[in-house]
Design a protein around this ligand. Structure first.
Ligand code: NAD
Length: 454
């Protein structure tokens, strides 16, 4: 506690100096961060492999490249983002001019999860640095190798009075949350998100919550079934299903259901060949493996049939990519986020069934629509809500830094990426300058002349 206290105090003392840095100084820091990331590329591979046997291609695709792309995007535009914006003046306020200035929030806390432990700690950090903040990063204790690596890397790039990594478990996180941060950026589960929100309330710290939930993929009669199967399976089995925006389950129209199952089988062959042990990442811990094994037992008990996969190895935290058909909307697997390589397939007959099921549950982080009917796409869009949506694909909306990324209520509060991240870590300060002439003389008392007119 005392060391957290001294870290926090040092950041507090330094925050005004850091907030006054100009765009070029911040760009230099981001450049240096990028240089160290690229130099440490193989150490990042090793840490992620040691944590949960993540393979190098997935590490490049989901951890390193998107992080570097975020730095590049930000460096290119930061000068423009930081420039005070001219704001219009209404007639009433003639003689004044208004500006909008993004200023640093101050000292911010970033709490990150284990599933993309590098990317989800560093991408918010990029926005926080761009906005001129002092930062504490608290990585997940579930992936300790990546947590140590982040600690080392960040201490090489930043002065400890500007950015500091505090490693540790839940108790450390709870200690951190007692401090009056100017902003808390949390990525993780909704359950913990509620603790974060309560703790933030004590200090009236502003918050961003990047949470999870059940993101449906809807496949209607008009969809290209082959590409729908391929894209859904890619998004689902990436990182062994441990992806916040993975399609959690598929709702497929009854008339194309068998076609979809056949397409899934073909894609399976392409992805995994004839292997009896399809290659998929490891489940991060025994606790999560047991949770998933129980979920699989329950869905089978609820009437679901395993079409493909299902192999488990407890001693290696291995669960094969698993497709389950004939799952009903009332099955227990439909009540909680799966966050693992199990894909339930549910059939539907009318879009009303689909939209009312989605709306009667927590607002999802993403809704994926596979359709070539504009009418159906619009019907789903206007009768549901979600953090984001991809039409005829999954998850790749994250890759467009011009789009804000975030959830809605149960799947999150606030957003980031690109300018949206810069805004999240900034306070938008409204400034009005009064010129020599003011048309507002009528606002001053005495109000006698006014009352006569009323
Ligand atoms: P988690 O909520 O268990 O933990 C996240 C962080 O919170 C960790 O650093 C942990 O140390 C800390 N923490 C845990 N319990 C705490 C408590 N009681 N008090 C204070 N801090 C605590 O989440 P996880 O298991 O690491 O990640 C999985 C969840 O995160 C899934 O629900 C997933 O959908 C979600 N997620 C969301 C996004 C997104 O961008 N929206 C991205 C990745 C993961």
């Amino acid at each position: 506690m005392s060391s957290i206290s001294s870290i926090f105090d040092n950041l507090q003392k330094n925050r005004w100096r850091i907030s006054q840095t100009n765009a070029q100084e911040r760009i230099e820091k981001l450049k240096n961060l990028r240089k160290h990331i690229l130099q440490k590329r193989y150490d990042i591979y090793k840490a992620l492999h040691d944590d949960f046997q993540k393979n190098e291609v997935e590490i490049e695709l989901t951890e390193i490249q998107p992080t570097v792309a975020e730095i590049n995007f930000c460096m290119k535009r930061l000068k423009k983002w930081m420039k005070p914006q001219r704001i219009k003046t209404p007639m009433m306020l003639m003689g004044t001019k208004s500006r909008l200035r993004y200023e640093a929030r101050g000292v911010v806390l970033i709490i990150s999860p284990w599933n993309y432990p590098f990317h989800l700690a560093v991408v918010p950090l990029i926005s926080a640095i761009a906005a001129g903040n002092c930062v504490i990063v608290k990585p997940s204790e579930v992936t300790p190798h990546t947590s140590h690596l982040l600690c080392e890397l960040i201490s090489q790039v930043f002065d400890k009075n500007e950015v500091c990594v505090v490693e540790g478990d839940v108790s450390i996180c709870q200690e951190l949350l007692k401090f009056p941060f100017d902003h808390i950026f949390f990525t993780g589960s909704g359950r913990v998100g509620k603790h974060i929100m309560r703790a933030a309330a004590e200090n009236l710290s502003s918050i961003t919550l990047e949470l999870g939930g059940k993101s449906p993929a809807i496949v209607d009669k008009t969809a290209s079934i082959k590409s729908a199967a391929q894209r859904i399976m890619w998004g689902k089995f990436l990182n062994a299903g441990q992806t916040c925006v993975a399609p959690d389950y598929v709702l497929v129209h009854k008339e194309v259901h068998e076609m979809f199952i056949a397409a899934v089988k073909n894609v399976w062959k392409k992805f995994y060949g004839e292997s009896s042990r399809p290659e998929v990442g490891q489940i991060v811990s025994e606790k999560h493996w047991e949770r998933l094994a129980t979920m699989l037992d329950e869905v089978i008990a609820d009437g679901g049939k395993v079409v493909l996969g299902g192999q488990r190895e407890c001693n290696h935290n291995y669960l094969a990519p698993t497709i389950v058909r004939d799952v009903s909307l009332t099955a227990s697997i439909m009540k909680q986020e799966i966050f693992g390589p199990i894909l339930p397939i549910v059939t539907y007959e009318s879009l009303d069934e689909v939209t009312s099921f989605i709306c009667n549950n927590d607002k999802p982080l993403a809704v994926y629509i596979f359709s070539h009917s504009r009418g159906n796409i619009q019907r789903i869009l206007t009768n549901t809500t979600s953090g984001g949506t991809c039409v005829n694909n999954v998850a790749i909306h994250l890759g467009n830094p011009h789009l804000p990324f975030g959830g809605v209520n149960a799947s999150g509060i606030g957003n980031y990426h690109g300018f949206h991240g810069f805004k999240t870590f900034s306070h938008a300060r409204s400034i009005l300058y009064q010129g020599p002439f003011s048309g507002l003389s009528f606002i001053y008392p005495p109000y006698r002349e006014w009352t006569k007119k009323l």
